[in-house]
Design a protein around this ligand. Structure first.
Ligand code: FES
Ligand code: FES
Length: 163
C-alpha cells in the first residue's frame, strides 16, 4: 500500500507516493538522494539520522514518511547556504567540534532547532536539548563551547527572529 503526500522539503514543494511502511530516513536517502541524514543505530538512540520536521528534530529512522503529509522538512542539504549554516559551521570549526563528521549534520540541525525554540541560552538548556545526539569523537565539550559562543554573539538575536 502507498499514500500520496504533499510536503515541503528543503524549501521545495513535494507531492508523490510513499510506501505506507517506508521510513523517513529511507525516503530521504534512497528516494530523494539526501544522504546527509546518517544511518546508524536505526532504533532512535544515536540521533545521527536527525532531520527537522516543522522546525523540530525527529529521528528519521523511526518516523514514517507517510506522516510527513502537510509538513515542512529540513535536512542538512537545505540548511547549506543559509545564515544558520554559516554561523553554526563557523563556530563548530573554530572550536574543533567536528572530527570524523559522522554526527555533524544531525548536531547542526538540532542546534538550529535551539534558535526556533529559543533554547540557546545557558549550558543546561543546551545540554538537555542536545542530549539525543551522540558523538563518539569530540567528548561534547567542543560542541557545547561552539554553541555557547553563538549564544553570546550578536547574530543570535537576528537569527532567533528568523527561526
Ligand atoms: S539512526 Fe536514527 S537514532 Fe540512530
Ligand atoms: S565527530 Fe565523530 S561522531 Fe561526532
Amino acid at each position: 500500500m502507498s499514500t500520496v503526500i504533499t510536503a515541503t522539503i528543503n524549501g521545495r514543494a513535494f507531492r508523490g507516493e510513499v510506501e505506507d511502511h517506508e521510513l523517513l530516513l529511507d525516503f530521504l536517502r534512497e528516494d530523494l538522494g539526501l544522504i546527509g541524514a546518517r544511518q546508524s543505530c536505526e532504533v532512535e538512540v544515536c540521533g545521527s539520522c536527525t532531520v527537522l520536521v516543522d522546525g523540530l528534530p525527529v529521528s528519521s529512522c523511526c518516523y514514517l514518511a507517510c506522516d510527513l503529509d502537510g509538513k515542512v522538512v529540513e535536512t542538512i542539504e537545505g540548511l547549506v547556504g543559509t545564515p544558520f549554516h554559516e554561523v553554526l559551521s563557523d563556530a563548530f570549526v573554530r572550536h574543533g567540534a567536528v572530527q570524523c563528521g559522522y554526527c555533524t549534520p544531525a548536531m547542526v540541525l538540532t542546534a538550529k532547532s535551539l534558535f526556533f525554540d529559543d533554547l540557546l541560552k545557558d549550558e543546561e538548556s543546551v545540554k538537555k536539548a542536545m542530549r539525543g545526539n551522540l558523538c563518539r569523537c569530540t567528548g561534547y565539550r567542543a560542541i557545547l563551547d561552539a554553541l555557547m559562543d553563538i549564544a553570546a554573539s550578536e547574530p543570535t538575536v537576528e537569527l532567533r527572529a528568523q527561526a
